[in-house]
Design a binder for this molecule. Structure first.
Ligand SMILES: NC(=O)C1=CN([C@@H]2O[C@H](COP(=O)(O)OP(=O)(O)OC[C@H]3O[C@@H](n4cnc5c(N)ncnc54)[C@H](O)[C@@H]3O)[C@@H](O)[C@H]2O)C=CC1
Ligand SMILES: CC(=O)C(=O)O
Ligand SMILES: [Mg+2]
Length: 361
Protein backbone atom coordinates (compact mmCIF):
# COMPACT_ATOMS: atom_id res chain seq x y z
CA UNK A 1 0.00 0.00 0.00
CA UNK A 2 1.06 3.60 -0.48
CA UNK A 3 1.01 5.52 2.78
CA UNK A 4 1.32 9.28 3.17
CA UNK A 5 2.47 11.28 6.20
CA UNK A 6 1.59 14.98 5.75
CA UNK A 7 2.95 17.83 7.86
CA UNK A 8 0.32 18.91 10.41
CA UNK A 9 -1.07 22.37 9.69
CA UNK A 10 -3.18 22.98 12.79
CA UNK A 11 -2.00 25.95 14.88
CA UNK A 12 1.15 25.03 16.84
CA UNK A 13 0.77 21.34 16.11
CA UNK A 14 4.28 19.92 15.99
CA UNK A 15 3.47 16.22 16.23
CA UNK A 16 3.76 13.99 13.17
CA UNK A 17 1.72 10.90 12.27
CA UNK A 18 4.60 8.43 12.32
CA UNK A 19 8.15 8.28 13.70
CA UNK A 20 11.03 6.98 11.55
CA UNK A 21 10.89 3.82 13.64
CA UNK A 22 7.24 3.31 12.61
CA UNK A 23 8.06 4.03 8.96
CA UNK A 24 10.85 1.44 9.18
CA UNK A 25 8.26 -1.26 9.99
CA UNK A 26 6.08 -0.17 7.05
CA UNK A 27 8.86 -0.15 4.44
CA UNK A 28 10.17 -3.46 5.85
CA UNK A 29 6.69 -4.84 5.02
CA UNK A 30 7.16 -3.62 1.41
CA UNK A 31 4.88 -0.60 1.66
CA UNK A 32 5.75 2.73 0.03
CA UNK A 33 5.78 5.69 2.39
CA UNK A 34 5.68 9.34 1.31
CA UNK A 35 6.62 11.87 3.98
CA UNK A 36 6.15 15.60 3.47
CA UNK A 37 9.43 17.49 3.81
CA UNK A 38 9.95 18.87 7.39
CA UNK A 39 6.90 16.96 8.72
CA UNK A 40 9.01 15.48 11.53
CA UNK A 41 11.09 18.57 12.42
CA UNK A 42 8.94 19.63 15.36
CA UNK A 43 9.25 16.17 16.89
CA UNK A 44 13.01 16.00 16.40
CA UNK A 45 13.12 13.96 13.17
CA UNK A 46 14.92 15.19 10.03
CA UNK A 47 14.02 14.34 6.43
CA UNK A 48 17.25 12.28 6.38
CA UNK A 49 15.97 10.19 9.35
CA UNK A 50 12.97 9.21 7.19
CA UNK A 51 15.11 8.68 4.06
CA UNK A 52 17.32 6.34 6.10
CA UNK A 53 14.30 4.05 6.60
CA UNK A 54 13.43 4.14 2.87
CA UNK A 55 10.68 6.78 2.94
CA UNK A 56 10.33 9.10 -0.05
CA UNK A 57 10.34 12.79 0.84
CA UNK A 58 7.98 15.05 -1.15
CA UNK A 59 7.77 18.83 -1.00
CA UNK A 60 4.06 19.55 -0.77
CA UNK A 61 1.01 18.39 1.14
CA UNK A 62 -0.83 18.13 -2.22
CA UNK A 63 1.64 15.45 -3.38
CA UNK A 64 1.25 13.44 -0.17
CA UNK A 65 -2.54 13.30 -0.50
CA UNK A 66 -2.50 12.72 -4.28
CA UNK A 67 -0.09 9.78 -4.14
CA UNK A 68 -1.41 7.87 -1.11
CA UNK A 69 -3.99 5.13 -0.49
CA UNK A 70 -3.85 5.82 3.24
CA UNK A 71 -3.08 9.04 5.11
CA UNK A 72 -1.71 8.63 8.62
CA UNK A 73 -1.73 11.84 10.62
CA UNK A 74 -2.42 13.28 14.06
CA UNK A 75 -5.15 15.92 14.07
CA UNK A 76 -8.42 16.24 12.18
CA UNK A 77 -8.05 17.53 8.60
CA UNK A 78 -8.13 21.34 8.43
CA UNK A 79 -10.32 23.09 5.77
CA UNK A 80 -7.29 23.43 3.46
CA UNK A 81 -6.99 19.63 3.41
CA UNK A 82 -10.67 18.86 2.70
CA UNK A 83 -10.37 19.08 -1.12
CA UNK A 84 -7.13 17.07 -1.09
CA UNK A 85 -8.83 13.96 0.33
CA UNK A 86 -9.83 11.45 -2.37
CA UNK A 87 -12.77 9.00 -2.55
CA UNK A 88 -11.86 5.63 -0.99
CA UNK A 89 -8.71 7.04 0.60
CA UNK A 90 -8.23 5.80 4.15
CA UNK A 91 -7.69 8.67 6.59
CA UNK A 92 -6.45 7.41 9.97
CA UNK A 93 -6.23 10.19 12.55
CA UNK A 94 -8.04 11.92 15.45
CA UNK A 95 -11.30 13.36 14.05
CA UNK A 96 -13.46 14.33 17.06
CA UNK A 97 -16.41 14.65 14.65
CA UNK A 98 -18.96 15.49 17.36
CA UNK A 99 -17.30 18.87 17.87
CA UNK A 100 -17.38 19.98 14.21
CA UNK A 101 -20.31 19.86 11.82
CA UNK A 102 -18.19 21.39 9.01
CA UNK A 103 -15.60 18.63 9.28
CA UNK A 104 -18.29 15.96 9.41
CA UNK A 105 -20.02 17.29 6.28
CA UNK A 106 -16.71 17.66 4.43
CA UNK A 107 -15.66 14.09 5.20
CA UNK A 108 -19.08 12.72 4.20
CA UNK A 109 -18.71 14.58 0.90
CA UNK A 110 -15.17 13.27 0.36
CA UNK A 111 -16.26 9.60 0.29
CA UNK A 112 -13.08 8.77 2.18
CA UNK A 113 -12.83 5.99 4.76
CA UNK A 114 -12.48 7.92 8.01
CA UNK A 115 -11.07 5.81 10.83
CA UNK A 116 -10.83 7.79 14.06
CA UNK A 117 -8.15 7.00 16.61
CA UNK A 118 -10.42 8.13 19.45
CA UNK A 119 -13.14 5.52 18.90
CA UNK A 120 -10.93 2.44 18.41
CA UNK A 121 -12.18 0.54 21.46
CA UNK A 122 -10.74 -2.43 23.35
CA UNK A 123 -12.90 -5.27 24.71
CA UNK A 124 -12.76 -3.70 28.18
CA UNK A 125 -14.16 -0.40 26.88
CA UNK A 126 -10.82 1.44 27.00
CA UNK A 127 -9.64 3.54 24.07
CA UNK A 128 -6.09 2.40 23.25
CA UNK A 129 -5.34 5.09 20.67
CA UNK A 130 -6.67 7.93 22.80
CA UNK A 131 -5.03 6.80 26.04
CA UNK A 132 -1.44 8.03 25.49
CA UNK A 133 -2.60 11.51 24.44
CA UNK A 134 -4.98 11.64 27.39
CA UNK A 135 -2.03 10.73 29.60
CA UNK A 136 -0.07 13.63 28.14
CA UNK A 137 -3.00 16.07 28.34
CA UNK A 138 -3.94 15.03 31.88
CA UNK A 139 -0.41 15.63 33.11
CA UNK A 140 -0.12 18.88 31.15
CA UNK A 141 -3.44 20.17 32.51
CA UNK A 142 -1.88 20.65 35.94
CA UNK A 143 1.28 22.24 34.51
CA UNK A 144 -0.85 24.73 32.54
CA UNK A 145 -3.36 25.26 35.33
CA UNK A 146 -0.58 25.99 37.84
CA UNK A 147 0.89 28.56 35.46
CA UNK A 148 -2.41 30.38 34.75
CA UNK A 149 -3.16 30.57 38.47
CA UNK A 150 -0.35 33.13 38.69
CA UNK A 151 -1.56 36.70 39.25
CA UNK A 152 0.27 38.43 36.36
CA UNK A 153 -1.69 36.23 33.93
CA UNK A 154 -4.99 36.97 35.73
CA UNK A 155 -5.13 33.89 37.94
CA UNK A 156 -6.07 33.88 41.62
CA UNK A 157 -2.43 34.04 42.66
CA UNK A 158 -2.29 30.67 44.40
CA UNK A 159 0.73 28.36 44.57
CA UNK A 160 -0.75 24.89 44.18
CA UNK A 161 1.65 23.23 46.59
CA UNK A 162 1.31 25.94 49.28
CA UNK A 163 4.28 26.42 51.64
CA UNK A 164 4.88 25.46 55.28
CA UNK A 165 2.30 27.36 57.32
CA UNK A 166 0.01 28.05 54.33
CA UNK A 167 -2.47 25.48 53.00
CA UNK A 168 -2.04 24.15 49.42
CA UNK A 169 -4.29 25.06 46.51
CA UNK A 170 -7.32 22.94 45.68
CA UNK A 171 -7.81 21.13 42.38
CA UNK A 172 -11.20 19.78 41.27
CA UNK A 173 -11.13 17.13 38.53
CA UNK A 174 -14.29 16.18 36.61
CA UNK A 175 -13.92 12.64 35.24
CA UNK A 176 -11.73 9.92 36.75
CA UNK A 177 -10.70 8.40 33.42
CA UNK A 178 -7.26 8.61 31.88
CA UNK A 179 -7.06 12.43 31.84
CA UNK A 180 -8.50 12.66 35.35
CA UNK A 181 -6.20 10.12 36.98
CA UNK A 182 -3.04 11.52 35.34
CA UNK A 183 -4.05 15.05 36.37
CA UNK A 184 -4.72 13.86 39.93
CA UNK A 185 -1.32 12.22 40.07
CA UNK A 186 0.48 15.41 39.00
CA UNK A 187 -1.57 17.67 41.29
CA UNK A 188 -1.02 15.34 44.24
CA UNK A 189 2.69 15.28 43.44
CA UNK A 190 2.79 19.06 43.72
CA UNK A 191 1.12 18.79 47.13
CA UNK A 192 -2.25 20.26 46.10
CA UNK A 193 -5.48 19.07 47.69
CA UNK A 194 -7.37 17.13 45.00
CA UNK A 195 -11.06 16.27 44.62
CA UNK A 196 -11.87 13.94 41.75
CA UNK A 197 -15.44 13.25 40.60
CA UNK A 198 -17.03 10.63 38.34
CA UNK A 199 -20.36 8.89 37.85
CA UNK A 200 -18.60 5.54 37.53
CA UNK A 201 -18.13 4.06 41.00
CA UNK A 202 -15.58 1.55 39.72
CA UNK A 203 -13.32 4.41 38.67
CA UNK A 204 -13.78 6.19 42.01
CA UNK A 205 -12.92 2.96 43.87
CA UNK A 206 -9.79 2.57 41.75
CA UNK A 207 -8.69 6.15 42.43
CA UNK A 208 -9.40 5.73 46.11
CA UNK A 209 -7.19 2.62 46.16
CA UNK A 210 -4.17 4.00 44.29
CA UNK A 211 -3.99 7.68 45.31
CA UNK A 212 -2.62 9.23 48.48
CA UNK A 213 -5.01 10.52 51.17
CA UNK A 214 -4.99 14.13 49.99
CA UNK A 215 -6.83 12.95 46.85
CA UNK A 216 -10.51 12.54 47.75
CA UNK A 217 -13.21 11.07 45.51
CA UNK A 218 -16.76 12.33 45.23
CA UNK A 219 -19.74 11.20 43.16
CA UNK A 220 -20.39 13.56 40.25
CA UNK A 221 -23.79 15.25 40.57
CA UNK A 222 -24.84 18.81 39.83
CA UNK A 223 -25.32 19.46 43.55
CA UNK A 224 -21.81 18.25 44.41
CA UNK A 225 -20.22 20.14 41.51
CA UNK A 226 -21.96 23.39 42.55
CA UNK A 227 -20.67 22.91 46.09
CA UNK A 228 -17.07 22.14 45.08
CA UNK A 229 -16.51 24.90 42.54
CA UNK A 230 -16.97 27.48 45.32
CA UNK A 231 -13.81 26.34 47.07
CA UNK A 232 -11.43 25.00 44.40
CA UNK A 233 -8.77 27.08 42.62
CA UNK A 234 -8.30 24.97 39.52
CA UNK A 235 -10.99 22.90 37.76
CA UNK A 236 -10.03 20.29 35.17
CA UNK A 237 -12.63 18.96 32.67
CA UNK A 238 -11.80 15.37 31.72
CA UNK A 239 -15.17 13.72 31.05
CA UNK A 240 -16.00 11.67 27.98
CA UNK A 241 -19.06 10.00 26.48
CA UNK A 242 -17.41 7.98 23.70
CA UNK A 243 -17.80 9.57 20.26
CA UNK A 244 -20.49 11.96 21.55
CA UNK A 245 -20.60 15.56 22.69
CA UNK A 246 -19.33 16.07 26.24
CA UNK A 247 -22.04 16.75 28.88
CA UNK A 248 -22.14 20.40 30.02
CA UNK A 249 -21.38 19.99 33.72
CA UNK A 250 -20.62 23.64 34.46
CA UNK A 251 -23.08 26.12 32.99
CA UNK A 252 -22.47 29.84 32.52
CA UNK A 253 -24.48 30.80 35.62
CA UNK A 254 -22.28 28.51 37.73
CA UNK A 255 -19.18 30.62 36.93
CA UNK A 256 -20.60 33.16 39.41
CA UNK A 257 -20.16 30.59 42.20
CA UNK A 258 -16.39 30.46 41.60
CA UNK A 259 -13.94 32.93 43.04
CA UNK A 260 -12.39 35.47 40.60
CA UNK A 261 -9.17 34.13 39.12
CA UNK A 262 -10.21 30.49 39.35
CA UNK A 263 -8.73 28.63 36.37
CA UNK A 264 -10.59 26.03 34.33
CA UNK A 265 -8.74 23.72 31.96
CA UNK A 266 -11.28 22.00 29.69
CA UNK A 267 -9.37 19.05 28.27
CA UNK A 268 -12.67 17.69 26.92
CA UNK A 269 -12.85 20.66 24.53
CA UNK A 270 -12.17 18.36 21.57
CA UNK A 271 -15.57 16.73 22.18
CA UNK A 272 -17.23 20.12 22.61
CA UNK A 273 -16.14 20.71 26.21
CA UNK A 274 -17.85 20.16 29.57
CA UNK A 275 -18.18 23.87 30.44
CA UNK A 276 -20.96 25.77 28.70
CA UNK A 277 -18.57 28.69 28.16
CA UNK A 278 -15.86 26.58 26.49
CA UNK A 279 -14.68 27.51 23.03
CA UNK A 280 -11.58 25.98 21.44
CA UNK A 281 -8.33 27.94 21.77
CA UNK A 282 -4.81 27.43 20.41
CA UNK A 283 -1.36 27.23 21.96
CA UNK A 284 -0.70 30.67 20.46
CA UNK A 285 -3.51 32.24 22.49
CA UNK A 286 -4.60 29.54 24.96
CA UNK A 287 -6.80 31.45 27.42
CA UNK A 288 -9.72 33.88 27.63
CA UNK A 289 -11.68 35.23 30.57
CA UNK A 290 -15.43 35.12 31.18
CA UNK A 291 -16.91 36.41 34.45
CA UNK A 292 -13.37 36.62 35.93
CA UNK A 293 -12.77 32.91 35.32
CA UNK A 294 -9.68 32.02 33.28
CA UNK A 295 -10.57 29.47 30.58
CA UNK A 296 -7.84 27.31 29.02
CA UNK A 297 -9.38 25.23 26.18
CA UNK A 298 -6.61 24.08 23.84
CA UNK A 299 -7.87 21.21 21.67
CA UNK A 300 -4.43 19.79 20.88
CA UNK A 301 -2.60 20.05 24.18
CA UNK A 302 -0.12 17.21 23.42
CA UNK A 303 0.98 19.17 20.32
CA UNK A 304 3.02 21.40 22.63
CA UNK A 305 5.23 18.53 23.79
CA UNK A 306 5.79 16.75 20.46
CA UNK A 307 9.02 14.99 21.44
CA UNK A 308 7.05 13.01 24.00
CA UNK A 309 3.69 12.86 22.22
CA UNK A 310 4.75 11.70 18.74
CA UNK A 311 6.58 8.70 20.16
CA UNK A 312 3.73 7.87 22.54
CA UNK A 313 1.25 8.04 19.65
CA UNK A 314 3.23 5.91 17.18
CA UNK A 315 3.77 3.30 19.92
CA UNK A 316 0.04 2.57 19.88
CA UNK A 317 -1.02 3.40 16.30
CA UNK A 318 1.67 1.38 14.50
CA UNK A 319 0.14 -2.10 14.97
CA UNK A 320 -3.16 -0.81 13.49
CA UNK A 321 -1.45 1.10 10.66
CA UNK A 322 0.40 -2.13 9.78
CA UNK A 323 -2.83 -4.15 9.82
CA UNK A 324 -4.61 -1.63 7.57
CA UNK A 325 -1.64 -1.53 5.18
CA UNK A 326 -1.06 -5.30 5.07
CA UNK A 327 -4.69 -6.38 4.76
CA UNK A 328 -6.61 -3.38 3.41
CA UNK A 329 -9.25 -1.70 5.58
CA UNK A 330 -12.07 -4.16 4.88
CA UNK A 331 -10.26 -7.35 5.84
CA UNK A 332 -8.41 -5.63 8.69
CA UNK A 333 -11.69 -4.39 10.19
CA UNK A 334 -13.54 -7.67 9.58
CA UNK A 335 -10.86 -9.53 11.51
CA UNK A 336 -10.42 -6.96 14.26
CA UNK A 337 -13.55 -5.62 15.96
CA UNK A 338 -11.39 -3.27 18.08
CA UNK A 339 -10.14 -1.50 14.94
CA UNK A 340 -13.58 -1.66 13.26
CA UNK A 341 -14.96 0.55 16.05
CA UNK A 342 -12.72 3.30 14.68
CA UNK A 343 -14.70 3.59 11.44
CA UNK A 344 -16.70 6.82 11.76
CA UNK A 345 -17.58 7.69 8.14
CA UNK A 346 -17.84 5.25 5.24
CA UNK A 347 -19.24 5.78 1.71
CA UNK A 348 -20.42 9.22 2.73
CA UNK A 349 -22.43 7.88 5.69
CA UNK A 350 -21.88 8.26 9.42
CA UNK A 351 -21.43 4.83 11.02
CA UNK A 352 -20.53 5.87 14.58
CA UNK A 353 -23.13 6.49 17.27
CA UNK A 354 -23.18 9.92 18.85
CA UNK A 355 -22.07 12.02 15.88
CA UNK A 356 -25.47 12.59 14.25
CA UNK A 357 -26.99 13.24 17.70
CA UNK A 358 -24.37 15.92 18.37
CA UNK A 359 -25.85 17.99 15.51
CA UNK A 360 -29.50 17.02 16.12
CA UNK A 361 -29.62 15.37 12.67
N1 LIG B 1 -7.54 18.75 24.63
C1 LIG B 1 -6.67 17.81 24.30
O1 LIG B 1 -5.60 18.09 23.81
C2 LIG B 1 -6.98 16.40 24.58
C3 LIG B 1 -8.25 16.04 24.91
N2 LIG B 1 -8.56 14.76 25.26
C4 LIG B 1 -9.96 14.54 25.63
O2 LIG B 1 -10.12 14.39 27.02
C5 LIG B 1 -11.40 13.75 27.26
C6 LIG B 1 -11.23 12.66 28.33
O3 LIG B 1 -10.48 11.59 27.79
P1 LIG B 1 -10.12 10.28 28.65
O4 LIG B 1 -9.73 10.65 30.01
O5 LIG B 1 -9.20 9.48 27.83
O6 LIG B 1 -11.54 9.54 28.69
P2 LIG B 1 -11.95 8.33 29.66
O7 LIG B 1 -13.05 7.61 28.94
O8 LIG B 1 -10.76 7.58 30.12
O9 LIG B 1 -12.56 9.07 30.94
C7 LIG B 1 -13.73 9.83 30.90
C8 LIG B 1 -14.42 9.71 32.25
O10 LIG B 1 -15.50 10.64 32.28
C9 LIG B 1 -16.47 10.06 33.14
N3 LIG B 1 -17.74 10.76 33.04
C10 LIG B 1 -18.72 10.68 32.11
N4 LIG B 1 -19.74 11.47 32.44
C11 LIG B 1 -19.41 12.10 33.62
C12 LIG B 1 -20.05 13.03 34.48
N5 LIG B 1 -21.27 13.50 34.21
N6 LIG B 1 -19.37 13.45 35.57
C13 LIG B 1 -18.15 12.99 35.86
N7 LIG B 1 -17.51 12.09 35.11
C14 LIG B 1 -18.12 11.65 34.00
C15 LIG B 1 -16.51 8.61 32.66
O11 LIG B 1 -17.16 7.77 33.60
C16 LIG B 1 -15.03 8.32 32.52
O12 LIG B 1 -14.46 7.75 33.69
C17 LIG B 1 -11.84 13.24 25.89
O13 LIG B 1 -12.79 14.12 25.34
C18 LIG B 1 -10.58 13.27 25.08
O14 LIG B 1 -10.80 13.37 23.68
C19 LIG B 1 -7.62 13.77 25.29
C20 LIG B 1 -6.33 14.06 24.92
C21 LIG B 1 -5.92 15.39 24.50
C1 LIG C 1 -6.61 13.44 21.47
C2 LIG C 1 -6.36 14.72 20.85
O1 LIG C 1 -7.26 15.39 20.47
C3 LIG C 1 -5.02 15.19 20.70
O2 LIG C 1 -4.09 14.49 21.06
O3 LIG C 1 -4.84 16.31 20.21
MG1 LIG D 1 -7.78 17.25 20.83
Amino acid sequence: MVIGIPKEIKNNESRVGMTPSGVYELTKNKHTVFVQSTAGFGSGFSDQDYKDVSAIIVDTIEEVYAKSDMIVKVKEPIAYEYPLIKPNQIVFTYFHFASSEDLTLAMMKSNAICIAYETVEDDDGSLPLLTPMSEVAGRMAIQQGAKYLEKPIKGRGVLLGGVPGVPPGKVLILGAGVVGVQAAKMAAGLGAHVTIMDINMKRLRYVNDVMPNHVTTEFSSEYNIRKNIKTHDLVIGGVLLKGAKAPKLITKDMLKLMRPGTVIVDVAVDQGGCFETTKPTTHEDPTYIIDDIVHYCVANMPGAVPYTSTMALTNVTLPYVLKLANKGWKKACEEDIILAKGINILNGEIVCEGIAEAFNW
